[in-house]
Write a protein that binds this ligand. Structure first.
Ligand SMILES: Nc1nc2c(ncn2[C@@H]2O[C@H](COP(=O)(O)OP(=O)(O)OP(=O)(O)O)[C@@H](O)[C@H]2O)c(=O)[nH]1
Ligand SMILES: [Mg+2]
Length: 346
C-alpha cells in the first residue's frame, strides 16, 4: 500500500494527478485546503489543496507541474524505481489494508508524524502500535452495566443474531451472581417455538417469564414488575430489508422511556452491511451495541468501524453458544486487543 500527498492549485487538478499516477482504483483518504509557500520563488501563503490518496501497489513516479510532493513518509518522488519503505509507511499500509476508516487512518498518520519527530525510540513500529492501541481505546465507549436502580434492557436486531441466547446468558449471570429479582419478558410471539424455548430456560433458572402480545401488555408487565432489579425483554428478529416490522418493534419498546435497547450485531457481518443494518435500526433509540459471534471471526475492524461510524457504547461481547459462560462485558483494553490482533504485524 502506497500513500501519497498531492498538493495542487485546486481539487480538480489534484484529483487528475491522482488519477494519472495511481489510476482509477486509487482511494482518496482526505482532502483539505492548505496554504503553501515557495520562498525560493518569492511566493508565500498561496491557497492550495492537499489530497491524500492510497493505492495497493507501487506508484510510478511522475513530476507534477508544481513538483511539490514531499520526501519521506507520504511517498517519495526524488528517485525512480522501487524504494525502501519507511517504518511509518509500513505501519500505515498495514492498518489501511486492515480496512480501517480512511479518516481514522488520516488522523493517526498526523499523530504519527508528530511522534516520529519526537521519539528517540529505535523501535518506531512498537511506538506506532502503542499509539494505535491508545487511539482504539479512546474511540470505544463502554456501557455502565451496574444494577443501581431497576434496569430494563431489550435485545433487538436482525434474525438469528443471538438475541435470545444472549438474554438468557445474562439472565443466568445476574440470577446466579447478582440478584434473584430478574424477570424475563418476551415479545417474540412471531416465531414458532420461541416462547417455548424461553419458557424452558426460565424454568431451569427459576425465573418468571412474561409474554407481551401487544405494546399495551408490555407496559402493564413493566409496571407489575417495578420492584424487580432487572427486566430483560426478548424481541423477534427483524430483517433490515423491511421497515414495517422495525416500526412495529419500535411500538413495543418505546412504551416506557426507561427501556434501554441493546442492538445486537454479529462480528462476522461485513462492514457495509453493518452500516446498513444500523441505519435501519436507528429508527429505534439505540442505547448500546452488543457484538455476538466474536468466536466466528478473527477480523474485528468492521466492528470497530461501526462503533466509530455511529457512536454508541459497547455493552457486551458474546463468544460462543454456551449458556451462561460465553458472554463478557466489553472493556476498552479487550476491544483494543481484539482489533490489534486482526492486523498481521510480521
Ligand atoms: N458461535 C456463536 N453462536 C452463537 C452466539 N450467540 C448465539 N449463537 C447461536 O446462534 C443461533 C441463533 O441464536 P438465537 O439466540 O436463537 O438468535 P436470535 O437472534 O434470538 O434469533 P431469532 O429470534 O430467530 O431472530 C443459535 O444457534 C445460538 O446458539 C455466539 O456468540 N457465538
Ligand atoms: Mg430469538
Amino acid at each position: 500500500m502506497q500513500i501519497k500527498q498531492y498538493i495542487a492549485k485546486d481539487i480538480q487538478e489534484a484529483l487528475s494527478r491522482v488519477k494519472e499516477e495511481m489510476g482509477p482504483e486509487a482511494i482518496i483518504l482526505s482532502t483539505k485546503k492548505i496554504k503553501k509557500g515557495f520562498p525560493e520563488r518569492g511566493i508565500y501563503s498561496t491557497p492550495m489543496v492537499e489530497v491524500m490518496a492510497a493505492i495497493d501497489r507501487p506508484i510510478q513516479p511522475a513530476g507534477g507541474p508544481f513538483g511539490t510532493e514531499p520526501k519521506g513518509a507520504w511517498g517519495r518522488t526524488d528517485s525512480p524505481g522501487v524504494e525502501e519503505e519507511s517504518e511509518e509507511e509500513r505501519f500505515l499500509r498495514k492498518i489501511l489494508s486492515a480496512g480501517f476508516f480512511p479518516e481514522f487512518v488520516r488522523e493517526l498518520a498526523e499523530e504519527i508524524r508528530g511522534v516520529r519527530k519526537e521519539s528517540r525510540s529505535k523501535n518506531l513500529m512498537e511506538v506506532y502500535r502503542s499509539l494505535l492501541s491508545w487511539r482504539l481505546m479512546e474511540s470505544v465507549e463502554v456501557s455502565d452495566l451496574s444494577l443501581q436502580g431497576p434496569r430494563i434492557w431489550s435485545f433487538i436486531g436482525p434474525t438469528g443474531i443471538g438475541k435470545t441466547t444472549t438474554m438468557v446468558k445474562l439472565a443466568a449471570h445476574f440470577r446466579l451472581r447478582v440478584t434473584e429479582r430478574v424477570t424475563l419478558i418476551t415479545t417474540d410471539t412471531y416465531r414458532i417455538g420461541a416462547v417455548e424455548q424461553l419458557r424452558q430456560y426460565a424454568q431451569i433458572l427459576r425465573l418468571p417469564l412474561e409474554i407481551a402480545y401487544h405494546p399495551s401488555e408490555l407496559k402493564q408487565i413493566i409496571e407489575k414488575n417495578r420492584r424487580q432489579d432487572l427486566l430483560l425483554i426478548d424481541t423477534a428478529g427483524r430483517s433490515p430489508h423491511l421497515i414495517q416490522p422495525i416500526k412495529e418493534l419500535k411500538d413495543f419498546i418505546t412504551v416506557d422511556p426507561r427501556i434501554e435497547n441493546h442492538l445486537l450485531l454479529s462480528a462476522t457481518t461485513k462492514d457495509t452491511d453493518l452500516e446498513w443494518i444500523v441505519d435501519r435500526f436507528r429508527l429505534i433509540p439505540i442505547s448500546s451495541y452488543i457484538f455476538t459471534k466474536i468466536d466466528e471471526t478473527t477480523h474485528y475492524v468492521p466492528m470497530f468501524n461501526q462503533i466509530l461510524r455511529y457512536k454508541r457504547p459497547l455493552s457486551y461481547l458474546t463468544k460462543g453458544q454456551s449458556v451462561p459462560d460465553d458472554v463478557e462485558p466489553a472493556t476498552k483494553p479487550k476491544v483494543a486487543n481484539m482489533v490489534l490482533s486482526t492486523i498481521p504485524w510480521s
